[in-house]
Write a protein that binds this ligand. Structure first.
Ligand SMILES: Cc1cc2nc3c(=O)[nH]c(=O)nc-3n(C[C@H](O)[C@H](O)[C@H](O)COP(=O)(O)OP(=O)(O)OC[C@H]3O[C@@H](n4cnc5c(N)ncnc54)[C@H](O)[C@@H]3O)c2cc1C
Length: 293
């Protein structure tokens, strides 16, 4: 572990130890954590932060199961937790957990989760897993993050992970959404890196200059319209970014979007000569679904 990461982890662990001392809010549910912050972005998107289990270790980019208690079964009266997979949006060293969520109007979990408030409890199963991790990629020069919608969440973690900047000369993050308001969470997060004193001190002053941010919208008018896959196929995205087409010698990539997006990018990557990696077999790119269908 590098000195910088060790420093950040030590700081986080000290905080975790302090927070595990019960204060006034003591969780009542098993695996319950306390909500510490909620921010709404649009009528479809919000983020929240909660306490972190003292024993939870994870790699930036992984996901966990989170949820709420379900309604009582009308026949048995028993209640079961209602859990869904969520990318951890906070980095591995953070003393709290952050999540970035959709609000599905009739979604079993998010129709309720969208109403959580500071002080409420959420269930967090402390078993992190996932493929969007540095360990699943071979060393490279340029790292690409490709996201649609809430697929930005694992990259919100990795963009605050010192290893990202230690391992790569350049980080390109593309984020495609339907409307401009859906870009706010990601845009604000990247903007905040510029004034993050701890990260600038630990990773190095101006580390954020390695990032090239490429947001696009498909429905609402914005500075750059279109699906990132189309913009790459036409060459426009590469010209805008001032970089060549991805190649196996220099480029590594992580994809997190809807199924159609993931499949389209995978097919493009195979044409570029990139191979898909996994935790057990690192290669040139890794993929994860932002939601199930
Ligand atoms: C590995 C993994 C990681 C995930 N990480 C996140 C995350 O960080 N943030 C997040 O909001 N969701 C994430 N999801 C999706 C999440 O698990 C739930 O599907 C989502 O919270 C909705 O739950 P629900 O019970 O309200 O509705 P569900 O019954 O789960 O979903 C209802 C329908 O809503 C749509 N939908 C579900 N999730 C999304 C989404 N994120 N964006 C757009 N449409 C969606 C789908 O069409 C789905 O059929 C992830 C899923 C997987 C498999």
């Amino acid at each position: 572990m590098t000195e910088a990461r060790h420093l950040l982890r030590c700081e986080a662990m000290n905080e975790v130890t302090l927070m595990s001392t019960p204060t006034k809010a003591v969780p009542a549910l098993p695996d319950a954590q306390i909500v510490t912050q909620v921010k709404h972005y649009t009528d479809r998107l919000f983020s929240f932060r909660c306490t972190r289990p003292a024993s939870l270790r994870f790699r930036s980019g992984e996901f966990v199961m989170i949820g709420l208690m379900g309604d009582a079964d009308p026949e048995t009266g028993k209640v079961k937790p209602l859990l869904r997979a969520y990318s951890i949006a906070s980095p591995s060293w953070d003393e709290e957990m952050e999540f970035y969520s959709i609000k599905v109007p009739d979604g079993p979990l998010t129709s309720r989760l969208q109403h959580i408030k500071v002080g409420d409890e959420v269930i967090l199963r402390p078993k992190p897993v996932g493929t969007l991790v540095h360990d699943a990629l071979l060393p490279g020069k340029r790292l690409w993050f490709f996201a649609t919608g809430t697929g930005f969440a694992p990259f919100a973690s990795l963009l605050r992970e010192p290893q990202t900047y230690e391992d790569y000369d350049e980080i390109i993050i593309t984020h495609t959404c339907r409307e401009v308001g859906e870009l706010t969470y990601g845009r604000d997060l990247i903007e905040a890196l510029k004034t993050d004193e701890l990260l600038n001190e630990v990773i190095g002053e101006g580390f954020w200059k390695k990032i090239k941010y490429y947001p696009t919208t498909t429905r609402e008018q914005s500075l750059k319209m279109g699906r990132i896959t189309d913009l790459m196929k036409s060459g426009e995205a590469f010209a805008d970014l001032g970089v060549p087409v991805l190649n196996a010698d220099t480029d590594r990539a992580m994809i997190c979007g809807n199924l159609a997006f993931n499949l389209e990018l995978k097919a493009m990557f195979e044409d570029y000569g990139l191979e898909e990696g996994a935790n057990s077999r690192p290669a040139h790119y890794v993929v994860e679904k932002a939601f199930l269908d």
